[in-house]
Design a protein around this ligand. Structure first.
Ligand SMILES: *[C@@H]1O[C@H](CO)[C@@H](O)[C@H](O)[C@H]1NC(C)=O
Ligand SMILES: *[C@@H]1O[C@H](CO)[C@@H](O)[C@H](O)[C@H]1NC(C)=O
Ligand SMILES: *[C@@H]1O[C@H](CO)[C@@H](O)[C@H](O)[C@H]1NC(C)=O
Length: 398
């Protein structure tokens, strides 16, 4: 009885419910078909832009590996003579030339070689300032050499600090190569026993022409490792690397951070808004040689990932750069200034074979001398430093 009542009682409810669910199923089926068609359409039409998005997301210029490049560099010491003599490794007689046949393959990115015509066309009516020390000159000269197969500049200014201005008349393009090793102001004079650095004042060498720059590439330099008395607000606040003076010791990374803070403050608050790029620290590769006290770098091939950790002080300088860059880029974004990081630290760390070493001098062993001076700081031109410009191009002309 109770069973029947239940059946009867539930019967009227059951029928409309079943009907409803059948029509609902049909409706859902139509929806699924429509959604599938729409998804297919979207997928096909957006496939290429999706993959580009994807590439953008995973492309990291600073991570990757050095792979073989059988065709070698696009110029030699014979086709370009803008390199400083101490970086002209080919002319200086370096016998091992394997270092010329490597190419940086960044993870997830295409990495075309430097395209001088594309670069010059993008730079028409523009100016590009490179600001730093001798590593910067090294970098700038690699750029002039990479451009040299298609155009040669006029050197329209040069002074005793090696600040120079190069002009490409066909493109109305100017390169400023500006000597400013601390970015902040400093004093290095014969009458001063110790160099002085002023943390509250930017170096006018680069700020005075700031309004002229469309692009500006800068970095701190190994000058922060030198013996310096540090000033802030007209007071001595300490000293780097001079325990004999009885002043408070200040680490290079502390001084560098202050210098970058002031530099970025200027950049993010100026009316003029160039495209600003900070290049990260250039690592050295000094190793002990066979003679007492001799420091050499005579390796002939790149390190593999994990084979080198690098100098912890260099790494701390690079970390300061990344931290200060991230802060500045966020402020820049709010203020309409584009600030980018050219992070060449790690890829350069993997290239102990890219320095002049003994071949900083012309045919160094010709005189029979064996214990010669080595340069494991600057980079051979041509050499791995050309890669910095290839990546620069990807950042500045996307
Ligand atoms: C460069 O400047 C000249 C003269 O002002 C102008 O005629 C030309 O269109 C400019 N070119 C570009 C690419 O801006
Ligand atoms: C060169 O470029 C500048 C802008 O940087 C422009 O003012 C000038 O007119 C250009 N000159 C020529 C000859 O195109
Ligand atoms: C590098 O120099 C060291 C010390 O002079 C020597 O033992 C080694 O064989 C050299 N390596 C190469 C690749 O020339």
């Amino acid at each position: 009885m109770t069973d029947n009542i239940e059946v009867v009682a539930s019967e009227p409810l059951l029928l409309p419910e079943r009907k409803k669910s059948i029509s609902l199923m049909f409706f859902r089926f139509i929806c699924v078909v429509l959604l599938a068609v729409a998804a297919c359409y979207l997928f096909v039409s957006n496939f290429s832009s999706w993959t580009q998005e994807f590439e953008k997301e995973v492309c990291d210029l600073s991570a990757g590996k050095w792979i073989s490049k059988p065709e070698g560099p696009s110029y030699t010491d014979e086709s370009c003579d803008y390199m400083a003599s101490y970086t002209n490794c080919l002319k200086n007689g370096r016998p091992n030339r394997d270092f010329l046949y490597w190419k940086w393959q960044p993870n997830g990115c295409d990495s075309p070689p430097f395209d001088p015509l594309k670069f010059l066309n993008a730079m028409r009516n523009k100016s590009f300032a490179l600001i730093g020390d001798s590593i910067f000159r090294n970098h700038a000269r690699s750029l002039l050499c990479l451009i040299s197969p298609v155009a040669k500049p006029q050197e329209i200014y040069h002074d005793r600090t090696n600040t120079g201005t190069f002009y490409y008349p066909e493109y109305n393009f100017t390169i400023y190569d500006i000597w400013s090793p601390f970015l902040v102001s400093y004093k290095l004079e014969a009458y001063l026993p110790t160099m002085e650095v002023y943390l509250d004042k930017l170096d006018s060498k680069w700020t005075e022409k700031y309004d002229k720059y469309d692009y500006m590439l800068m970095s701190g330099s190994h000058w922060f490792y030198k013996r310096t008395i540090i000033y802030d607000n007209n007071k001595v606040i300490g000293c780097h690397y001079c325990p004999d003076l009885g002043l408070k010791d200040i680490d290079s990374d502390v001084v560098y951070r202050k210098a970058l803070e002031l530099t970025f403050k200027f950049i993010t608050t100026s009316e003029h808004k160039p495209f600003v790029i900070l290049r990260t620290w250039s690592p050295t590769h000094y190793e002990d040689g066979e003679f007492p006290g001799s420091r050499i770098c005579n390796r002939t091939e790149p390190f593999k990932e994990g084979e080198i950790n690098g100098d912890p002080t260099d790494l701390s300088m690079r970390n300061v750069e990344v931290e200060e860059f991230e802060k500045a880029a966020a402020i820049g974004e709010r203020n309409g200034v584009k600030i980018k990081l050219l992070d060449t630290y790690h890829l350069s760390l993997l290239r102990p074979d890219g320095h002049p070493g003994a071949y900083r001098n012309y045919h160094p062993f010709d005189s029979g001398k064996k214990d010669v001076e080595n340069d494991c700081l600057h980079w051979c031109v041509p050499g791995p430093i050309d890669t910095w410009n290839e990546l620069l191009m990807k950042i500045a002309i996307p």
